[in-house]
Design a protein around this ligand. Sequence first.
Ligand code: PXP
Length: 243
Amino acid sequence: MRQISLHVNVDHVATLRNARGSRYPDPIHAAVLCELAGADGITVHLREDRRHIRDRDLELMRASVGTLLNLEMAATDEMVEIALRIRPDVVTLVPEKREERTTEGGLDVVGQAETLAPRIAALSAGGIEVSLFIDPEAAQVETSATLGATRVELHTGDYANASRLLAAEELDRLARAGHVAHQHGLHLAAGHGLTSRNVRALVATLPDLVELNIGHALMSDALFVGMEQAVRRFRSAIDQGAA
Ligand code: PXP
């Protein structure tokens, strides 16, 4: 059976902690439980406004995560400097707007090629694998490969939000972009808005998919069934899609 890595995004645990300015719940504890339950990696987004994950979290995460640490961040000088100091295994460059509730779309790699190129080069030279979070469009995938990224993460938000009728069209778009990524030898990831219900069809449709990044829906399940059980439910849904 195909092996698809499940990377759990623990940002929402930090959101809950920050809501009361308390020490708990600690995203580090969440990461440990996710790993114990079989997660293949931990994803965190250090936003410029530090609204959830903070610098202290990232430092402790680097010291404690034993699987793979994926740092999502904006392509700014400040963030590149932090990444080169902390050395996550992977950096995923994402677009970031202060007023947004969550990442709203993919990075416009085509339009921002000039500003992205030196940052991708600096991270790669520092031994960090670079992934670009992009909309499922051939041009975005092709430019990602040209810029030296070794990975892309396809934005699945439109698929997750699509009506039943339009979901097939969105899956088609993702499959076409996934194929282009495979042709360019890119490690293919996907994420955003995925649930234990909609993830199966995505996995079944993308034969070259090797990684998923899942946060909000998994943490929401964890509120009711516990962190470890929530990870296992997603693991099982992903495996069903892959079978
Ligand atoms: N991948 C990327 C690049 C993201 O920015 C996010 C949201 O932080 C996710 C995956 C996870 O999305 P969700 O929380 O909707 O599962």
